[in-house]
Design a protein around this ligand. Structure first.
Ligand code: NAI
Ligand code: 2YC
Ligand code: MG
Length: 259
């Protein structure tokens, strides 16, 4: 599991605002608007309890603090518990939390205690970044390139198939790629037969995974993957609309999905 670092989360408020303005340019809606449209839900100040968790690699600097900034940015009333783990969970419930947010090294969840709905960050992130990509106002076709078909990429690719896009999939894990191509009925992307795309969705833990020969002028690259899928130089050379943010868009997707 690729874990966030405190550096990834520095100045999360600015990162969120920058991502929001890119999402607005790409889709015509802000992140809130895409989530509202996608899930059919709207927050009304639900109380969110953020519980730090010490298991495994332990508490990540800026993680709980970033979730506090993110939840408030999206219109929730949130607090971080003073205690971690079980005591923190108890504290959150006792202080009136309606939704619990907490993460260990493998699972980041949102649980609505009132309606029982529960969300996992990985599929919620894949679906919302795919949804943003699918709404690109300047797309020249319904062809989409998906790079990375793991816990985040696969749900995103499945969502794009369900929305009627022609998905070209690529993953460096050949066995996984083969299985996904047959499971989802997507087209195998073959780097030896290069072509350009106006919509690209990437979800890998590696840098520079999107080669120059697939990037078209002013294409959108919607990527939760950390580190970034393309270099700053390529982004500027092709005027790429880069939708990339380390935690907030995925968290918004989780929260809207449990309302
Ligand atoms: P995963 O390990 O389940 O899937 C990653 C996939 O990428 C694997 O199938 C792997 O074979 C493939 N891959 C690795 N290098 C590749 C390359 N050079 N070319 C093509 N495919 C390659 O990981 P998961 O959970 O899907 O996370 C993916 C990334 O998204 C990680 O960097 C993670 O930190 C990040 N993430 C970001 C979030 C956000 O809100 N921005 C939220 C959740 C995850
Ligand atoms: O500070 C804490 O409470 C830690 N237990 C949080 C651990 C989060 C680990 N997960 C991740 O870093 C990834 C991120 C890409 C977003 C979701 N999972
Ligand atoms: Mg995000």
């Amino acid at each position: 599991m690729a874990l966030l670092t405190p550096e990834d989360l520095e100045n999360i408020n600015r990162q969120l605002q920058e991502a929001d303005s890119t999402v607005r340019r790409v889709t015509g809606l802000d992140i809130k608007g895409v989530c509202k449209d996608f899930y059919g839900t709207t927050p009304c100040c639900e109380k969110v309890g953020i519980v730090p968790v010490t298991s495994g690699n332990g508490i990540i600097g800026n993680f709980s603090g970033s979730l506090h900034v993110i939840t408030e940015y999206f219109g929730f009333d949130s607090f971080v518990t003073a205690m971690p783990d079980v005591s923190g969970y108890y504290e959150a419930v006792r202080n009136g939390a309606r939704i619990i947010l907490m993460a260990d090294d493998n699972t980041f969840l949102a649980h609505n205690l009132k309606n029982g709905k529960i969300a996992n960050n990985q599929p919620c992130t894949g679906r919302i970044y795919a949804e943003i990509a699918s709404r690109y106002l300047k797309a020249d076709s319904k062809d989409v390139l998906v790079v990375g078909l793991g816990k985040v990429g696969f749900p995103g690719a499945a969502h794009l198939v369900n929305k009627g896009f022609r998905v070209y999939g690529y993953d460096s894990d050949k066995a996984l790629l083969e299985k996904t191509v047959s499971d989802l009925g997507i087209t195998l992307f073959e780097p030896e037969n290069p072509r350009k795309f106006s919509i690209i969705f990437e979800a890998t833990p590696c840098a520079d995974t999107v080669p120059e020969f697939v990037i078209s002028e002013n294409c959108v690259i919607s990527t939760p993957g950390i580190p970034c899928a393309i270099s700053r130089e390529l982004q500027e050379k092709y005027g790429v609309e880069l939708v990339m943010e380390p935690l907030g868009i995925g968290t918004a997707s989780m929260l809207y999905s449990v309302l």
